[in-house]
Design a protein around this ligand. Structure first.
Ligand SMILES: C[S@@+](CC[C@H](N)C(=O)[O-])C[C@H]1O[C@@H](n2cnc3c(N)ncnc32)[C@H](O)[C@@H]1O
Length: 427
């Protein structure tokens, strides 16, 4: 008899479609030359071009309504807006919700006001004095910044907070975009790596960022001249509670990418940016960490049961291995339990016949490949979704070293294409 994972591979093999040319579209590399979206380096984003292609493939127009329950940088929302399509995004990380909200408002900025306030900011920042302002007491801060840099950042933040509200978020976004470059850290894989280097002063990197932003604004303003912008909403909320949100209408499409099951912790990678403007103290940071989808190693088991037989099978298999990190099984269980909840919530809020695209990566722990793409698809089918295809955009972990260790089995990164057929009464 086939095991659950093998049965899934058999069930979906006819729906696999390779589009390896999409490789760069599913990563932030595809946004490098994309005006506006290139300002803030959100390494986990996919590209505007991917969104544009999916909009065409799904045949969406201004009467549709696109939802991204994990909106991150806001790639889906910003791109949909450019195509005249209303959309809503949800992201529980306050930094991401802020960035997406700000980016989807830049098309309404008055460029004269922007340049006037830039000059005011540059003039005022040197006159600022700190009145006991501090960074939150989080241990990484004193290692990530020199004392002088902390002071400089606080002065910039203070000067920005005195600008008129219409341009404040835009300038705050630019400051957030240069935080990593003035720190002694680099976002490297799963962690912030500490590095030794001379850091530039904020004015140098901020002015450079501003020039890029201003030129991008000029180019999009010329392009969109006179266009009416569609409604765009960003909710700083939990994708596991979508049905508590009030959308202007039922979404007719989803273009999204949830966190991958790869131990990555957004609250650690973006801790410096969070500390600059979004969190009160270490306790608050921890609260955010534990509220995010359980894709990282500090995830806790909340009495969950495996939501799919394949998950139970994987957990059984892993229990026979000596794990590098004993918390991995809890993360796997928490991840699928959370994603099951997100799927249930989607089935409650979506319009019937909605089109869905979900970018996900499979993973391998202790040599065992977890077919996240197929498990999620099969889970979704239990709540009224139909799997149209699984578009493979790239294979990971097929370096000769990994091949030598684990054999030729490849780890897919895919776009799941589903359609939503009927409302679920379950749960
Ligand atoms: C892969 S990223 C999405 C990137 C996005 N497609 C883009 O282009 O920027 C996943 C996002 O899920 C967010 N997230 C994690 N847990 C969440 C939750 N429970 N509810 C909503 N968003 C969550 C993370 O903060 C992160 O921004």
């Amino acid at each position: 008899m086939l095991t659950s994972c093998a049965a899934l591979e058999q069930k979906y093999s006819a729906l696999l479609e390779e589009r390896l040319g999409w490789r760069s579209l599913v990563s932030y590399v595809g946004n490098r030359n994309e005006p506006v979206l290139r300002w803030f380096r959100y390494k986990e984003s996919f590209s505007a071009e991917l969104v544009r292609r999916l909009i065409v493939e799904f045949n969406l127009n201004e009467k549709d309504f696109i939802l991204d329950p994990f909106s991150g940088l806001g790639t889906t929302l910003y791109t949909a807006q450019g195509e005249g399509i209303p959309s809503a995004g949800v992201d529980l990380l306050p930094l991401s919700a802020f960035v997406a909200d700000t980016l989807t408002k830049v098309r309404t900025l008055d460029l004269d006001e922007v340049s006037r306030n830039y000059r005011i900011l540059i003039e005022n920042v040197v006159k600022e004095k700190l009145n006991g302002e501090k960074f939150p007491d989080v241990p990484i801060i004193s290692r990530a910044f020199t004392e002088d840099k902390i002071k400089e950042l606080l002065l910039w933040r203070q000067a920005i907070s005195k600008l008129p509200s219409e341009v404040q978020d835009f300038f705050m976004l630019l400051l957030l975009s240069v935080v990593e470059s003035v720190s002694l850290t680099s976002k490297d894989g799963q962690f912030l790596r500490l590095i030794q280097r001379e850091t530039p002063d904020i004015k140098t990197v901020f002015s450079k960022k501003y020039s890029q932003a201003y030129n991008d604004l000029l180019s999009i303003k010329t392009f969109q001249h006179g266009a009416i912008l569609p409604d765009t909403h960003v909710f700083p909320r939990d994708a596991r509670k979508l049905s508590e949100l009030s959308f202007p209408k039922a979404p007719t499409a989803v273009i999204t990418s949830p966190p991958y099951l790869n131990r990555y912790d957004y609250s650690r990678s973006y801790v410096l940016e969070l500390c600059l403007n979004f969190i009160k103290d270490a306790e608050h940071l921890k609260e955010i960490r534990h509220s995010l989808l359980r894709s990282h190693i500090e995830s806790k088991r909340n009495g969950d049961k495996p939501p799919h037989e394949a998950v139970a099978e994987i957990l059984d298999l892993l229990s026979t291995k000596s794990m590098n990190n004993p918390k991995i099984p809890d993360m796997i269980l928490g991840y699928f339990a959370d994603m099951n909840e997100v799927i249930i919530q989607l089935s409650r809020v979506l319009m019937e016949n909605a089109k869905v695209a979900v970018v996900v990566g499979n993973v391998r722990f202790e040599g065992i490949i977890i077919p996240v793409d197929m498990i999620l698809s099969d889970m979704a089918e239990r709540f009224g979704f139909h799997t149209e295809k699984i578009v493979i955009t790239r294979y990971k972990g097929n370096s000769s070293q990994q091949m030598g260790k684990y054999g030729r089995e490849k780890v897919r990164e895919s776009v799941l294409i589903w359609s939503f057929q009927k409302k679920s009464n379950k749960k």
